[in-house]
Design a protein around this ligand. Structure first.
Ligand code: ADP
Length: 407
């Protein structure tokens, strides 16, 4: 009989999921990818199979008011689709593992308590991640669960990279640079030996450029620094988040402009970045197509900040051997890759224009001292692998063979 594994990524208004099917001969294969979005407003369940064919597109009704209700809708749909086939385990994306959880772990009541204690460090995400774990425990009480952390891959960085230089009593309360997008970077680290063995264990900067955007400096496939810091607001310009901002600006908003803390939070998470600069959109595709000078400025700033942070991380690494692009913009936008690579020419990077245009795997010229690559990320497969390994159920498909479908 087929058996299944479920990967969940629970947010404030959406529950994203992947269903992996264990195939006797092939290991884990993606069976379905989907989401319930509009939770609390106009919920919609959509799912596609590995080839992109629609498996579900329906409105489960206005009763889906929170993540718990969404999980029950998903469980009902899975029962319909899977018949009596067992779900062997559920892997969760959990935004924060704190200083303690550097590796994925099987969820126990103690783990849930530890994760709850981290809510103040990630109030917008952690409660939803924990809520999904609890909802699964309620609906599928016998199915083991694994928590995989977005911060985990960055633990073990040098002390100076993790430091937030504030007084010790503040640091002792957990204020440090954690870094995020760790599951994406870990996936790339596992794919590098297959895709680019010649640079896999050298000095590599990975650019995860999606709605959220960050860079990770790796030495021998270990994270040594990340442009994200205490929260996922730092570093590069993002769709709606500003990236690095002088903290004095935040004081100015609170003190001189009299904004409330929730207002500032909304500005920082939802109204800044590409959207804030352009006043048009947070979507890179739309901005690239729009001739409005504000759209051009937003794109210019995005590229400027990405190149500036590549320079900073090259200094951290003491040189760089390769630059890897991943996530929505990194995988699909030849023009953004070209512009960032051109800005990094001083490092010794020469772009292969034709390879870049066709989204080839290696997009730098043969003689380029720094090579450039496009590697599609797959955070869900990383979670499935961790869950499979921890629960002692067979491994997923090898790295580099099962890319996430594009959006
Ligand atoms: P997330 O998973 O964080 O929601 P993605 O990794 O899917 O985000 O990236 C979303 C971003 O990728 C959006 O800004 C979108 O416009 C951009 N994107 C996707 N395809 C393209 C493309 N062909 N050209 C430019 N940008 C693209």
């Amino acid at each position: 009989m087929d058996a299944y594994g479920l990967v969940l990524n629970a947010g404030s208004s959406s529950l994203k999921f992947c269903v992996y099917r264990r195939h006797e001969a092939e290991g884990w294969r993606l069976g379905a990818r989907g989401q319930i979005d509009g939770i609390g407003s106009s919920p919609r369940l959509t799912a596609r199979d590995d080839a992109g064919a629609t498996l579900a597109d329906r409105s489960p009704g206005a009763g889906v008011k929170d993540g718990r209700a969404a999980l029950h809708v998903l469980a009902g749909w899975l029962e319909e689709r899977l018949g009596g086939s067992p779900v062997l385990g559920v892997g969760h994306r959990v935004v924060h593992g704190g200083a303690r959880y550097s590796k994925p772990c099987i969820v126990t009541p103690n783990v849930i308590e530890d994760l709850r204690a981290l809510i103040p460090l990630a109030p917008l995400h952690q409660p939803h991640n924990i809520g999904a774990i609890e909802a699964v425990a309620e609906r599928l009480p016998d199915v083991p669960q694994v928590a995989c952390f977005d911060t985990g891959f960055h633990r073990g960085q040098p002390e100076v990279a993790e430091l937030v230089p504030l007084p010790s009593e503040i640091r002792d309360a957990g204020v440090q640079r954690y870094g995020f997008h760790g599951l994406s970077y870990e996936y790339i680290a596992t794919a590098l030996p297959l895709v680019a063995p010649e640079i896999a264990d050298k000095k590599v900067i990975v650019a995860h450029l999606g709605s959220g955007a960050s860079l990770c400096a790796m030495r021998a496939r270990k994270s040594v620094d990340c442009s994200f810091g205490f929260t996922a607001l730092d570093g590069l310009c993002m769709g709606t988040r500003p990236g690095s901002v002088d903290p004095g600006v935040i004081l100015h908003l609170l003190q001189a402009l009299g904004l409330s803390v929730p207002e500032v939070e909304t500005i920082l998470y939802e109204k800044s970045g590409l959207l804030g600069i352009s006043g048009i959109s947070n979507d890179m595709r739309e901005l690239l197509e729009n001739p409005d000078p504000r759209a051009r400025l937003a794109v210019d700033y995005f590229v400027y900040q990405a190149a500036k942070h590549v320079g900073a991380l090259a200094a951290v690494l003491g040189g760089v051997d390769a630059l890897v692009f991943t996530a929505g913009i990194g995988e699909h936008s030849a023009v953004i890759r070209r512009r960032i690579c051109e800005a990094c020419a001083w490092l010794g990077l020469t772009l292969d224009e034709a390879a870049n245009e066709r989204h080839g795997q290696r997009i730098s010229r043969a003689g380029s001292r720094v090579s450039a690559w496009v590697i599609p990320t797959n955070e869900e497969l990383m979670i499935a692998r961790h869950a499979g390994a921890l629960l002692g159920i067979s491994a997923a498909a090898p790295a580099g063979t099962a890319h996430r479908s594009t959006k």
